[in-house]
Design a binder for this molecule. Structure first.
Ligand SMILES: [Mg+2]
Length: 239
């Protein structure tokens, strides 16, 4: 409660900008939940020895293909199918139609999964009476909005800006600029909270706003964010 009195520069924040995936919406847990559903819905227990083998095989191919996608060597719509195609091929199944069905179902159900990062709701509840809350997320409207609605956290936010809406991906400064202008927020009264050091934190810093780095797994780094936390609950001590 004395933070304001003793901090070197007293900032009065009015706007809190959150990242969504892996900051509030538990991306990794939700992916596992979606893969489990797919495994049982498509009776993949007749193909793989167990569900964890399926998840691990998928993860290995998915990570590899995402890297190729990032390097521009693979299109996204190819990635969607290829990761399941390779996963099934490893266990002797070569059925393009099944691959397509599984891929489409996985894409459909993942944004409907509702695991939140621990303390999400408690922190949002605490912040909502003191600040205006917003989201800046890299992603498509049709994927990101259902996540908020299904988890019943959409009402906490005044403004949700996806990269599809703004036309800019974090860490590009325009992504932050678009969001701040859309709610008439000044830089000095804004703070960004996110789990990705480059995309959320270094991006926000370069744009010129304060940051809280949510470093859930205490990954070592050399950046100097304004604040760093490993549990969302620590936000209550900062804000
Ligand atoms: Mg994130």
């Amino acid at each position: 409660m004395f933070n304001g009195l003793f901090s070197k520069k007293t900032k009065v924040y009015k706007h809190i900008f959150f990242d969504l995936d892996r900051t509030l919406w538990d991306f990794d847990q939700n992916i596992v939940d979606a893969l489990r559903d797919v495994f049982f819905d498509f009776s993949l227990d007749s193909v793989f020895p167990d569900v964890n083998t399926f998840i691990n095989t998928f993860t290995r191919h998915n990570d590899y293909l995402w890297e190729k996608y990032r390097l521009g060597e693979l299109k996204k719509d190819v990635l969607r199918y290829k990761r399941f195609e390779l996963t099934l091929k490893d266990y002797g199944v070569n059925e393009p139609l099944v691959v397509k069905k599984i891929s489409d179902e996985y894409i459909r159900i993942t944004p409907l999964k509702t695991a939140l990062v621990p303390h999400t709701r408690e922190v949002l509840e605490y912040l909502r009476s003191k600040y205006k809350l917003h989201i800046i997320t890299n992603g498509f409207d049709e994927v990101q909005f259902p996540k908020l609605v299904k988890c019943h956290i959409a009402d906490y936010f005044d403004k949700v800006v996806t990269s599809e809406t703004s036309g800019y991906h974090k860490p590009c400064p325009e992504a932050f600029g678009y969001s701040l202008s859309s709610v008439n927020a000044k830089k000095e009264e804004s703070i960004m909270i996110g789990d990705d050091l480059e995309i959320d934190i270094v991006g926000a810093k370069k744009f010129g706003i304060d940051q809280i780095y949510f470093n859930r797994y205490s990954t070592p780094h050399k950046a100097k964010p304004t604040h760093e936390i490993k549990d969302l609950i620590e936000i209550k001590r900062i804000l």
